[in-house]
Design a protein around this ligand. Structure first.
Ligand code: USQ
Length: 382
């Protein structure tokens, strides 16, 4: 397949590019280094030094003979994106090119504006470039479980039947994000659904939970192929943060009561999900929504699991409850369906002491680079 990956420099984009190239697909990645730039501006650089995309593609090719074409471009520029899609004529377009941090999007006007402009304009441009130049292309869009929020009822997989005054219809499941970032993802889904209905696009929207991990089959070839791994308060996801904290001897930062429950998955399973979605495309005029996680935990359960694993690896880890810097429910009902990807063939890598210990051993190699000043929340909007 001819696969175009937008956001190919990111935490998920680069491992996805390597996986699709390893599987023999023709892969082009596009990125404008927005995340690297924001991370630098916010003193939130990744733990592991990662060469730029051109260099990583060169290293990957020298080790595997698989080519990844790199384009440095801003997807909010419609002319540029149009040209790329016209030239590549992708059969699959994977859209990761978004500002991915909830806390960053809540920091102030400028951060909100960057998030809003980047995410909404990129999705809009993706839609129009596909309509114009590759109408049969399957768009795979990374959404988030946070689009649903934490409602006091079961979360379905994208859709819900509503019975009202004796009549029934099917609608998008109600959504309510807890940050502007999550809200932009809701707006993306609305845009995609509108254009699927009116122009017959082919779209899979993946509602992904927080991802953890950094090891993939391809990263094992060379540490320079490891992903951009963040552990700071803005760009680090919770389990990745806890593991870095354990290695650095910092008590695990449990926000509030720690009852926040989410659906989590290993980065290895993100790659599997993308492979499955691409191999099983939808028909024109279909919006398929899949809930992309493998198991749900409260953050307190996660902290306890990390503490146990870290202690077995010789780290004297403690858990510290701190005032929640975010505005979110930290004690709530959460029960989300996630059968779709399992039915498509997903074989989950569940969270075990071994998986945490494996992560600890990679992170320990870089422990001198852990900057303690980036770990505690640097601002609050609660
Ligand atoms: N949390 C802590 N301690 C920490 C960091 C986080 O208790 O040190 C808590 C947060 O308060 C939150 C939960 O852990 O309740 C998850 O936080 P997170 O930073 O791992 O995840 P979140 O901000 O929701 O965003 C991440 C990704 C985002 C993705 C989302 C999926 O950054 O791109 O869309 O996970 S989901 O959470 O399902 O919306």
């Amino acid at each position: 397949m001819n696969v175009l990956i937008l956001g190919g420099d990111g935490y998920l984009g680069w491992p996805t590019a390597m996986r699709f190239a390893s599987n023999g697909h023709q892969v082009t990645v596009v990125d404008n280094y927005l995340k690297r730039t924001l991370a630098k501006q916010n003193k939130s650089q990744a733990l592991i030094p990662t060469p730029d995309l051109l260099e990583r593609a060169r290293i990957f090719q020298s080790l595997t003979n698989h080519q990844i074409d790199v384009i440095i471009e801003d997807c909010t520029n419609p002319t540029a994106l149009n040209e790329i899609v016209q030239r590549c004529r992708p059969e699959v377009l994977i859209h990761y090119a978004e500002q991915p941090s909830g806390p960053y999007s809540m920091r102030g006007f400028e951060e909100a504006q960057v998030t809003f402009n980047n995410n909404i304009h990129t999705t809009f441009n993706v839609i129009w470039s596909v309509i114009k130049h590759a109408p049969d292309c399957h768009i795979i869009k990374l959404g988030t479980m946070g689009e649903y929020g934490t409602p006091n009822i079961d979360i379905e997989e994208g859709w819900i039947d509503i019975h009202h005054r004796g009549r029934t219809d099917k609608f998008l499941y109600p959504r309510q994000g807890a940050t502007l970032y999550h809200t932009t993802k809701i707006m993306d889904t609305d845009l995609l659904w509108f254009y699927v209905r009116t122009y017959g696009l082919k779209v899979t929207d993946l509602m992904q939970g927080p991802v953890y991990g950094l090891i993939t089959e391809e990263s094992l070839l060379d540490d320079r192929l490891l992903t951009n791994f963040h552990y700071d308060d803005l760009f680090g996801t919770v389990l990745n943060r806890f593991i870095v904290q354990a290695v650095a001897g910092i008590p695990l930062t449990l926000y509030g009561s720690g009852g926040q429950t989410r659906g989590f998955l290993n980065i290895k399973d993100t790659l599997q999900c993308l492979e499955l979605a691409a191999a099983q495309p939808v028909e024109r005029g279909d919006l398929r929504i899949l809930n992309q996680f493998t198991e749900q935990f409260s953050v307190r359960q996660l902290a306890e699991q990390v503490r146990t694993a870290a202690r077995s690896s010789g780290y004297q880890t403690e858990i510290q409850t701190i005032k929640n810097p975010r505005k979110e429910m930290d004690s709530h009902y959460f029960n989300a369906a996630h059968q779709g990807l399992l039915d498509m063939g997903l074989k989950p890598h569940l969270l075990t002491t071994e998986i945490i210990s494996e992560m600890i051993s990679v992170i320990a190699k870089y422990q001198d680079r852990i900057d303690h000043s980036k770990v505690m929340p640097r601002f609050s909007y609660s």
